[in-house]
Ligand binder design. Structure first.
Ligand code: BES
Ligand code: ZN
Ligand code: ZN
Length: 496
């Protein structure tokens, strides 16, 4: 629902003075003095036009120097549309600080029909981070009927059109993921979400295959969970991206396969979630599927020379007469049997089918799953870092670095083999809750369970239960869905 747009603009006073607001930045130099950032010639012209000394204005507010601190100064000049200047703190000028600054400007004008000219950035990575965070900070989603939602227009002073265009692609894709997460579950059932994938496939040019009903015969985990809500029931969606004009040499391309947890609402099923309040956030239990769907939209526009498949495991985990029962035994794709213990651990059941399908049918070079899987991931790492599991330490290092740079941060967690016996079952190949032995490492044992379905593949599991949703408006994140994973996975695929 975010229609905020960023466009490039010439770095001129004429372009600045036609906007309602001008955003400029400041920082502290080595001598601990505040200094204005950005193109000094333009800053001087702006000061002259509006008859202000911007540094005096900054020091008047006694800033702390933290990134994202924002002061608003009313200004006026004949023939100028501008009535305010935003002065935003750039902190230590790291990418993370620049994201805070961009988000602060975006948040300031959220929901307003206002044109903001900005000249805050230097360097390709900095420009990218700034443009993305402007858009993310101004993101708004609601279904209020009492007023029109308005959107700001950001004019970013740069002649690096390519960097700006790429940043807009990423920002819009993150907003797509956020929109899907925010949509309530009475609208967003698995069929609706599959249809969104079909529409986005048409819009951006990637293939979409949807399986339903009898076609899901082999997907025992997806059916066991999703038939708790038989109308419309579960869906399996396979998105396929190939770079343009590459049909002939498909096999020469590396193949990345991603699997996303797409539980459109998680009541816990018969093992109903308690306390009941914890259920309210559970329309966001499809954030993994939303992230990879939005990421494929970005990839289809950026056209990397990689083959990408994304599998959306879509189901509702409802409480009904057709819900699965604790003690049921189900057969996953590929034949592995699993004893269901706690029906609230449904995510791993739908992912297991997707991972086994990918291993059996898609010959992935990389197999990645992303899921709001365990409350334990939030307990361990909070809301800033996702829990990442992989046995490939080199790949882990790379993803950690891309995470820091992009803002979607991940922490490499251990796959602890001493806890393998938690998966034992007396009557099936595994018990799915992985609670034999009482290791109390819910995010780790869930990862060990998933690993049983990846064969010999190079595999990464991202537990985004903590990062997919924000409880408050903070920095780039709105209260609600954050779109976590879109940047991390897009940037990683672009780097292959
Ligand atoms: N969707 C939840 C995990 C979750 C919790 C995501 C909080 C976001 C915020 C998942 O399906 C779940 O219920 N997991 C259980 C597993 C347990 C029963 C083994 C959990 O983490 O408590
Ligand atoms: Zn659950
Ligand atoms: Zn869940």
């Amino acid at each position: 629902m975010n229609d905020a747009i960023a466009q490039s603009a010439p770095l001129t006073i004429e372009s600045a003075m036609r906007s309602h607001a001008i955003a400029l930045s400041f920082s502290k130099n080595d001598k601990d003095e505040f200094v204005m950032e950005g193109p000094s010639e333009l800053v001087s012209k702006i000061e002259k036009l509006f008859e202000v000394n911007l540094l005096d204005e900054v020091t008047f507010f006694s800033p702390t120097g933290k990134a994202g601190e924002l002061f608003e100064i009313p200004v006026s000049a004949t023939d100028s549309e501008t009535d305010r200047i935003f002065l935003v703190g750039l902190g230590d000028k790291s990418l993370s600080s620049i994201r805070h600054a961009g988000a602060a400007v975006g948040r300031k004008v959220r929901g307003k029909s206002i044109q903001v000219f900005s000249a805050c950035n230097d360097g390709v990575d900095e420009l990218h981070a700034f443009v993305v965070s402007l858009t993310l900070g101004s993101y708004l989603w609601n279904q209020k009927t009492d007023k029109d939602v308005k959107s700001p227009l950001f004019l970013v002073a740069t002649n690096d059109q390519e960097t700006l265009d790429d940043a807009v692609v990423i920002a819009k894709s993150i907003c797509t993921a956020r929109d899907l997460v925010h949509t309530p579950a009475n609208i967003k059932n698995p069929a609706w979400l599959a249809d969104q994938a079909v529409q986005l496939g048409k819009e951006f040019g990637f293939d979409v295959k949807v399986l339903a009903g009898k076609e899901l015969a082999q997907f025992g985990g997806l059916r066991a969970v999703g038939n708790s809500s038989p109308k419309p029931g579960p869906r399996f969606v396979e998105l396929s991206y190939l770079p343009r004009n590459s049909k002939k040499n498909v096999n020469a391309l590396e193949h990345v396969v991603l699997v996303g947890k797409g539980i459109t609402f998680d009541t816990g099923g018969v093992s109903l979630k308690r306390p009941y309040d914890t259920m309210i956030a559970m329309k966001s239990d499809m954030a993994g599927a939303a992230a990879i769907l939005a990421m494929v939209c970005a990839i289809a526009q950026l056209q990397p020379k990689v083959r990408v498949s994304a599998l959306l495991m879509l189901a509702e985990n409802a409480l009904s007469g057709t819900s699965q029962r604790p003690s049921d035994v189900i057969t996953h794709f590929g034949g592995t049997t699993v004893e269901v213990i706690n029906t609230d651990a449904e995510g791993r059941l739908v992912l297991a089918d997707g991972l086994a399908y990918a291993d059996a049918n898609l010959d992935p070079d990389y197999l990645v799953d992303i899921a709001t899987l365990t409350g334990a991931a939030t307990l361990g790492l909070g809301r800033q870092y996702a829990a990442m599991y992989t046995r490939d330490n080199k790949l882990a290092k790379k993803l950690e670095a891309i995470g820091e740079e992009s803002g979607d941060k991940v922490w490499h967690m251990p796959l602890i083999d001493d806890y393998q016996d938690s998966l034992e079952s007396d009557i099936a190949d595994f018990n799915h809750t992985a609670d034999k032995g009482k290791y109390s490492a819910g995010s780790v044992t869930a990862a060990l369970f998933l690993e049983k379905f990846v064969g010999e593949r190079r595999w990464v599991h991202l537990d985004i239960a903590g990062t997919a949703r924000s409880e408050v408006d903070a920095g780039e994140n709105p209260k609600g869905g954050t779109g976590f994973g879109v940047r991390l996975l897009t940037d990683w695929i672009m780097s292959l």
